[in-house]
Design a protein around this ligand. Structure first.
Ligand SMILES: [Zn+2]
Length: 281
């Protein structure tokens, strides 16, 4: 087969979504990993703003008067939540639109895990990164949403996890991975699950085998979106993995026992163009 070229396709017309989905979490990073600026940005996205930044004391949630429908009106700083390139989105037929795989430069390492009031976040130590289209971005943190934020052909997964990265130039790239129920426990996810109940205000120190937590196949769809919670900043590069990771029912139950409704509904695509690169080999 001849080499395929990148082709810009209107999402609506093509019915394809490449995901470069950024979720709303930049998250704080472990002390060894993050600069002060990174920590602040991450905290904002993860909703830690109440405790980390006096200027960001506006409370938001996933329901009722401070829920997703009201985020943009809660604060001028959340105005982007009503903008036109928001995340998450519904992804249609991802298998037909796989993008080049990212290069994963993860290794086993120290993690600081904590409950930020909206999710449980695992901050990575320095030294983990991904390379996408020649740009390398440092892994800041991973956190979860339940149910999934992105939907595949209109269907939610029980949980979606977001691996949040930031480049030296300040651009965010988020890898979204669906978590589905499988027959056995997933050992790579055991440390996260074991520390999932760490109370707010305390931090659990653990170790992740980061590369083992990703799906075996790294095929994904990409799109340009936003953080999925206030301030809903756009310009986030999303990669939503085609393959899920499977955890046991007990592992999933442990996660959703902490939060089971911390997802933003899918947002309008608004004719956003996506870049689709068929698999060529
Ligand atoms: Zn997220």
């Amino acid at each position: 087969m001849s080499r395929m070229k990148w082709v810009a396709v209107p999402l609506v017309a093509a019915g394809l979504v490449t995901t470069f989905a950024a979720c709303g979490d930049s998250g704080s990073t472990a002390s060894t990993a993050a600069s002060a600026a990174d920590t602040t940005a991450a905290a904002v996205e993860n909703g830690e703003t109440e405790t980390t930044d006096a200027k960001e004391s506006v409370k938001w949630s996933y329901s009722d008067a401070t829920g997703p429908e009201s985020w943009a009106s809660l604060s001028p700083e959340f105005a982007a939540c009503d903008a036109t390139s928001q995340s998450p989105i519904d992804i249609v037929d991802p298998a037909s639109a796989t993008s080049p795989e990212p290069t994963i430069n993860y290794s086993k390492g120290a993690v600081e895990q904590f409950n930020n009031g909206h999710s449980v976040e695992a901050a990575a130590a320095e030294g983990n990164s991904i390379t996408v289209d020649g740009t390398t971005s440092a892994l800041l943190q991973m956190h979860f949403h339940a149910k999934s934020e992105h939907t595949i052909n209109g269907e939610h997964s029980p949980v979606e996890v977001h691996f949040v990265h930031k480049s030296a130039a300040g651009a965010f790239t988020v890898i979204g991975v669906m978590i589905k129920q499988g027959p056995a426990a997933n050992a790579a996810w055991t440390p996260f699950v074991k520390a999932i109940g760490t109370p707010e205000g305390t931090t659990a120190k653990t170790t992740f085998d980061w590369p083992a937590m990703l799906p075996a196949s790294l095929k994904s769809v990409r799109y340009s979106g936003s953080f999925t919670n206030p301030p809903c900043t756009e310009g986030v590069n999303w990669l939503v993995m085609d393959a899920p990771v499977t955890l046991s029912k007990a592992q999933i139950d442990s996660i959703t026992a902490v939060y089971d409704h911390n997802y933003r509904p899918v947002q309008p695509q608004n004719g956003r163009e996506v870049v689709v690169t068929p698999v060529t080999n």
